[in-house]
Design a protein around this ligand. Structure first.
Ligand SMILES: Cc1cc2nc3c(=O)[nH]c(=O)nc-3n(C[C@H](O)[C@H](O)[C@H](O)COP(=O)(O)O)c2cc1C
Length: 174
């Protein structure tokens, strides 16, 4: 039995990069699985569940996976176009927690910025003035700022996060 299972859902690769960084750092103590190919979760002590934020919620595939968990310790991690710990980032993490049953325990969270799919930006650029996703100076700056993430510093922070988590886990949960 391994300690950790890292499950990720990723459409354009951002969340996958973070998941792979976790996997690289946690090494033999963990397995890595895409959300559509998850092994039996009972074989693991902690499930790391990573998703891309879709309208302030975990993406649909991750919503479904989170609802299958029961009595598990869970670390939620996400990538999103907004600033990682903006109000939107924090509420998106909280929203993900709502898909877990009450028997689960969230033992960690991590939010990381991720570039927005250029195809989505193209669509939003065409939206009429007044539409909530229509381009404004502010939103264009937000999309541009996101475009280089997750960068090396983000991935390093992810590596440090799981390293610290493992220390915490060995001390309090093992
Ligand atoms: C349909 C769609 C909806 C999105 N909704 C949000 C959102 O509500 N908030 C946000 O900050 N980013 C949003 N994003 C941006 C993604 O969460 C972000 O680009 C993420 O890093 C993508 O991860 P992936 O590369 O693992 O698929 C959305 C992207 C798409 C395609």
């Amino acid at each position: 039995m391994k300690d950790f299972l890292i499950v990720y859902s990723s459409k354009t690769g951002n969340t996958e990069k973070v998941a792979k960084k976790f996997y690289e750092v946690a090494g033999e103590r963990c397995d890595l699985a895409a959300v559509k190919q998850v092994p039996a979760v009972d074989d693991y002590k902690v499930i790391f569940a990573g998703y891309w934020v879709d309208k302030g919620e975990p993406d649909k595939d991750m919503q479904e996976f989170l609802q299958t968990l029961d009595n598990k310790k869970v670390v939620l991690f996400q990538t999103l176009g907004a600033e990682a710990y903006s109000e939107h980032g924090i509420s998106s993490l909280a929203n993900a927690g709502r898909y877990l049953s009450t028997g689960c325990k969230v033992v960690g969270t991590l939010s990381i910025r991720g570039a927005i799919d250029p195809k989505l930006i193209e669509t939003m650029m065409k939206m009429p003035e007044g539409h909530p996703h229509a381009p404004t100076e502010e939103s264009k700056k937000r999309w541009k700022d996101a475009s280089t993430h997750p960068d090396e510093a983000d991935l390093q922070a992810a590596g440090e996060y799981i390293q610290k988590f493992i220390t915490f886990y060995d001390r309090f949960y093992k």
